[in-house]
Design a protein around this ligand. Sequence first.
Ligand SMILES: NC(=O)c1ccc[n+]([C@@H]2O[C@H](COP(=O)([O-])OP(=O)(O)OC[C@H]3O[C@@H](n4cnc5c(N)ncnc54)[C@H](O)[C@@H]3O)[C@@H](O)[C@H]2O)c1
Length: 335
Amino acid sequence: MAKITILGSGGFGLSLAVMCSRAGHDVTVWSKFQDEIDTIKRTGELKSKLPGVIVPENVRLTTDVSLVKGSDMVILGIPSAFCRKVCEEAKPYIGKDSIIVNTAKGLEPGTLKLMSEVTDESFPENRTAILSGPSHAEEIGRGIPTTIVVASEDRDVSYYVQNTLSNKTFRIYVNDDIVGCEIGGSLKNIIALAAGVCDGLGLGDNTKAALMTRGLTEIARIGMAMGAQRSTFSGLSGIGDLIVTCTSMHSRNRRAGILIGQGVAPDEAVRRVGTVEGYECTKNAYELSKKLGIEMPITEQLYGVLFGGVLPKDSIITLMSRPTKNETEDGFLGR
Ligand SMILES: NC(=O)c1ccc[n+]([C@@H]2O[C@H](COP(=O)([O-])OP(=O)(O)OC[C@H]3O[C@@H](n4cnc5c(N)ncnc54)[C@H](O)[C@@H]3O)[C@@H](O)[C@H]2O)c1
């Protein structure tokens, strides 16, 4: 049994709490927001984030971040934009023996850093890891078989996380490519938003397949420029996460995209759906692609739709009118 503290009582944090508690661990969930904790205590669940999943009574619920003290493992389930702030808040109470696991998918606004960098900078004395892969909270919370990857600078940490969190419904693979796992997990949200836009426009399966395949190509292209391994993009945090996000109605990115394709203004679509990390991530990845000089045509078009007033149907025409090229000339499918 491990003492695990989960920071963040949103959908993902709670789904992990439920799973870890079922597996017999000592689990504490912290939220910055009193109303989240009060609602779970009162009703047993947080309908606004993870409806229908009851949090077991033996999960400790708190807004007191000092309770993180003495944890074997601290799991961050906070949207990427707020991760650094939460790390700073929790830091005074986290000993150097705690292993910090970040599950956020996204780049840090402004710095464009990976979440592993944010975690490492916040906790330079701790051993850290990230989780990535196809893992809807709604399904983890219901015990539906799920597979993900753990990546860390330190293989022993990966094995520890793998052994501690794996169970009959949750299977963790080790992957040493932190950059690849994070870039796959973060940038797939952009493609999921774009896939939703195509659905909202009423386009077909051909279009969706094209978007996912060429989307993975541009994700891999920037990932490899940052040092990722090509093979990671064929794995759970690459194609795996892309499939689950682009095809499921659990995906808030895809749901926001559908609204945008149907004519709802992008900021209004995000307001209606809630946490839509692909929105910020499109801006961040667009900036990163310009900084690194990497071509990302789908990201660039979605950026135009979200922030530049480009009409979704015009962005599709632009993508289809690009100069023809060899499919394998660079990136994921190239040499
Ligand atoms: N939902 C999923 O299926 C899923 C799967 C894999 C990874 N993730 C990642 O987990 C992270 C959290 O996602 P989620 O789905 O749980 O989001 P969510 O919107 O359901 O919940 C986020 C939670 O984070 C906390 N939070 C939000 N803003 C905060 C702030 N300013 N300061 C402190 N705490 C704050 C709150 O407790 C909130 O409930 C994201 O980065 C997401 O990419 C989610």
